[in-house]
Design a protein. Sequence first.
Length: 230
Amino acid sequence: MVRVANAVLRGCGMQLGSRTQQDRRKHGGACGFADDVAGPPYNGMISAGNNFLFKSGAGCGSCYQVKCTGDPACSGNPVSVTITDECPGCNGAPVHFDLSGKAIGALAKPGQDDKLRSLGKINIQYQRIRCSYSTPITFKIDKGSTPNYMSFAIEDVNGDGDIGAVQISSPSSKGWLNMQRVWGVTWKVNLSNGIGGPFSVKVTTIESKVTYIANNVIPANWQPGQHYHG
């Protein structure tokens, strides 16, 4: 279903809505993606959202198709963006996308990207879509993790993109351990003495309640700050 929303130039979303633009959107912001949003599979095609989209962090990783409709500089061609940040000052509109500069440029006619960015706000159309990445699901171990406490961000989730529940298990855990959302796409679990890797991770999405299991994805010799791919 196509809808209308607001976008800040910075950027926004395909219902009718508004969008704005803000350079800090090239970073992962309140979702926890950090600088990973600049490279594959996101490649800077990202957006912050008001709470209708951000959902207090539960909307992180969701994908939307957006199309610019409110100015002659708009190409009318849809592009796909991932929600990777919150726009707390954007709740004056029912739906508001705060698009990255790259996403805004992709909405413009050739040579019109600077003109589109200069508008500040524009109406857009948007719709929720399935995320489609060529990369496997990724677990980025938080730098503060220890042998007794593990926290990681979950990235590159195909399909729904959002995350509703996460569990972790190992040969020594005697079953699945429930993890807790810290913020955005970052989850944590306390590990009792004697529980070590390799760890399997079970991720369940919100929208369709699809479950992904990455078996033995985090090795026994895991290190803080490392990325592990399912």
